[in-house]
Design a protein around this ligand. Structure first.
Ligand SMILES: [Zn+2]
Length: 241
């Protein structure tokens, strides 16, 4: 990341980036934010939401240990926080695999061996936003070993979970990432089922939902999605500078 943007994040979130210039023997943050500028808005949104959570609730402060790109995705390793901040970080990491690391436009993971997330303008591919992004029927059928009734119920709940169709073109990749992480958490991480009852796109992206772990991890995910959408152009999905 360019030094001026790196510095801007450090000055905005002094606690999170407390160890930015600490010695390499103590932290990997001494190497800076090891990704390109296209993820700046995503990292800024992520830090803003976790700092707000810490300030409001008094949970243990979140301190970044390492921020880097790996296999085309953001890795934001941190100490402190709670389930809510873990949800914010978890969605941001997943969403980054649909955001061009160079410019922030919706993109896809490309390349073999050296995987990067890029849009068409940066030698990658645009994420198709005009049609509904097809649901990936992930690996629900690949494992036919006998499972317990509880596991089976979790699979069913995960399969049933769907977000309402987001009409705003530039927000669809955000909704797609959100749906995928919630389905994954229901299936693998014992997240109770989430029920959607409304979607409002008039002022900004607002989900109305019930269930999950209530105000914990899943609330952090919804909040990150809504906050990042507020920074993205409704047509292109690219963050406004
Ligand atoms: Zn790009």
């Amino acid at each position: 990341m360019d030094p001026d943007l790196d510095q801007l994040l450090c000055s905005r979130y002094p606690t999170i980036f407390r160890d930015r210039h600490a010695p390499a023997s103590r932290t990997a943050m001494c190497w800076g934010l090891c990704c390109d500028n296209g993820w700046y808005a995503l990292i800024d949104t992520l830090c803003c939401e976790i700092q707000r959570r810490v300030d409001m609730t008094g949970v243990k402060p979140v301190v970044a240990l390492q921020v880097k790109e790996k296999f085309g995705g953001l890795r934001f390793y941190a100490s402190g926080g709670d389930e809510y901040t873990a949800g914010v970080i978890w969605l941001a990491d997943h969403l980054s695999t649909m955001v061009c690391e160079e410019c922030g436009a919706p993109g896809v993971q490309t390349g073999r061996g050296w995987i990067k997330t890029r849009c068409a303008a940066h030698e990658g591919e645009d994420l198709p936003l005009d049609r509904t992004v097809p649901h990936v029927e992930d690996d629900f059928v690949d494992d036919l070993r006998p499972v317990s009734p509880e596991r089976l119920r979790a699979w069913e709940l995960a399969r049933e979970f769907r977000l309402p169709l987001v009409r705003t073109r530039g927000w669809r990749h955000i909704a797609h990432a959100l749906e995928a992480v919630i389905r994954n958490d229901i299936r693998h991480n014992n997240l109770p089922g989430v029920v959607m009852h409304a979607l409002d796109e008039s002022e900004g992206l607002r989900f109305h939902w019930l269930g999950g772990d209530d105000r914990g991890r899943v609330a952090g995910m919804f909040r990150l999605a809504e906050a990042y959408a507020s920074r993205c152009d409704r047509r292109t999905g690219k963050p406004r500078s």
